[in-house]
Ligand binder design. Structure first.
Ligand SMILES: Cc1cc2nc3c(=O)[nH]c(=O)nc-3n(C[C@H](O)[C@H](O)[C@H](O)COP(=O)(O)OP(=O)(O)OC[C@H]3O[C@@H](n4cnc5c(N)ncnc54)[C@H](O)[C@@H]3O)c2cc1C
Length: 446
């Protein structure tokens, strides 16, 4: 009898198992894969909060030692917006890395085993065992086709988006949306890009970052329903030329080091617990890969879930209450990033006025850093888009532009209100515009 069985041994499962074992619990971790094993459907960028956790867990040095280069600046190019900025730090960590998954996942699995976790590889879980409605264990099959059962006080599904645990327990889903983008990417040699911006134009999104073995990952995302039928090389270079022509020339001269990869993922939250079971990582919260949040989220989720499970297993609190707090904590953090990601994933061009404002604002170092921090999970969208966030964005503008932009912002707010009550907002606009005289032109809709 184990305290916990973890199904899935990658970014969510291995840290969950490791942290439970470090807290003194008896843990079995199973995966149908054998490690080292690649997870091809991933572009493997880790934002600063993930790097902070690797450091806290004592694993960062192992990742750095694999030769994966640090990434200190992110940036964006879209219309007049064209900037790079240093990542704002979380604590003192303002760096990202993009280690290949066969490397990262292996480091995580080895750390779990070193913490005392029993690992069984090549094992497929087929069923959950139950006593009434309480999950009590697993029925699984090993690589020789031999079936076996194991029991535990809690069974944790770290088994990805199509989670068996979620399906069997019918974990309720919420805020669900279908896949929004679909990506195509590969790896290039002789393409040094320590710091390269992402490009958005014409409903395409181009991203690039360095990884292990002196290779650079370069990918393109389309809206899921616009993914081209052409063969990959043609689709890739056509979109690359449309979106980032100068960079496309550099990629053409580089050497393709690997096969073409494609992928997309649905968007949802799931209730992450029930009697005798819990979910962690993609099985519990999945989102479009365009903002590369998945692994960073899986690490945070593992840490928060283990905090709650430990309280329950150690008898410090009723398990259900501890896990309900975990779900609230997860959602308070994740929902603003989820909405930001779903918005980013529409790949709709921002209105010209918004791009103009952002282009002006990025002339100020701190605002530019805040913008890349949104992507890098060190600045919450809830803070960035708050009244205080907008005020500090306006304050960062060059002095002569401030008043005009304040008025335009007021107009946007009114127009946005207009979505809900058009006539009253138009009336309000007209009244304010009249009082403002000439400056009121900013408030009159085009
Ligand atoms: C195209 C694409 C690009 C992405 N790019 C990034 C990125 O740049 N940065 C980022 O942070 N995230 C990215 N992600 C998301 C990231 O890959 C996931 O968030 C992350 O892999 C989630 O980890 P996980 O451990 O929850 O699940 P997974 O990595 O899916 O691992 C689940 C494990 O469970 C095992 N398993 C499943 N069912 C069973 C079973 N019945 N029995 C035994 N074993 C089982 C599987 O073998 C697997 O090893 C991307 C995703 C996609 C689709």
């Amino acid at each position: 009898m184990y305290d916990a069985i973890v199904i899935g041994a990658r970014c969510a499962g291995a840290p969950t198992a490791m942290l439970l074992a470090r807290a003194g619990h008896r843990v079995l971790m199973v995966d149908r894969a054998s490690f080292p094993s690649d997870k091809p459907m991933s572009t493997h960028l880790l934002h600063p909060p993930a790097i902070l956790r690797l450091r806290e867990w004592g694993l960062l040095d192992s990742v750095v030692a694999t030769g994966c280069p640090p990434i200190r600046d992110y940036g964006f190019v879209e219309g007049p917006l064209d900037f790079m900025a240093p990542l704002p730090p979380i604590e003192d960590v303002g760096v990202a890395y993009a280690p290949r998954r066969h490397i990262l996942d292996h480091i995580l699995v080895e750390a779990a085993v070193a913490a005392g976790v029993t690992l069984r590889e090549g094992v497929s879980v087929r069923e959950l065992l139950r006593d009434g409605n309480v999950v009590t264990g697993i029925r699984a099959q090993d690589r020789n086709g031999v079936s076996f059962t194991e029991h535990a006080r809690v069974v944790i599904g770290a088994d990805g988006t199509n989670s068996l645990v979620a399906r069997i327990t019918r974990a309720p889903q919420y805020r669900a949306r279908p896949p929004l983008t679909r990506g195509l990417w590969t790896y290039w040699s002789d393409l040094p890009t320590p710091n390269l911006p992402s490009f958005r134009a014409n409903g395409r999104y181009v991203f690039a970052w360095p990884t292990n073995d002196d290779l650079t990952l370069v990918g393109i995302a389309w809206r899921a329903n616009e993914y081209p039928d052409d063969e990959p090389e043609q689709a890739y270079f056509t979109a690359l030329h449309d979106t980032a022509p100068a960079f496309a020339e550099r990629v053409r001269e580089a050497g393709r080091a690997q096969a073409w990869m494609r992928g997309s993922i649905p968007n949802f939250f799931r209730r992450p617990f029930g009697p005798g079971w819990a979910l962690v990582g993609d099985s519990s919260y999945s989102k479009d890969p365009c903002t590369a949040q998945g692994i960073t989220d899986a690490f945070r989720d593992a840490e928060s879930l283990v905090g709650a499970l430990h309280q329950g297993l150690a008898g410090e609190r009723p398990m259900a209450a501890a896990l309900a707090d975990h779900e609230r904590r997860r959602n308070a953090h994740a929902i603003p990033y989820y909405e930001y990601t779903c918005d980013f994933a529409t790949l709709d061009t921002y209105p010209p006025e918004v791009l103009e404002l952002l282009a002006l604002a990025t002339q100020s170092g701190p605002t530019a850093s805040n913008l890349v921090g949104l992507f890098g999970q060190t600045v919450s969208p809830a803070d960035f888009f708050s009244g205080t966030g907008m005020r500090s964005l306006l304050d960062s503008l060059p002095e002569p532009d401030r008043l005009g932009w304040r008025l335009r912002l007021a107009r946007w707010l009114l127009l946005d209100l207009g979505r809900y009550s058009q006539s009253s907002s138009r009336l309000a606009e007209r009244l304010i515009a009249r009082k403002l005289g000439e400056m009121g032109q900013f408030l009159v809709p085009a």
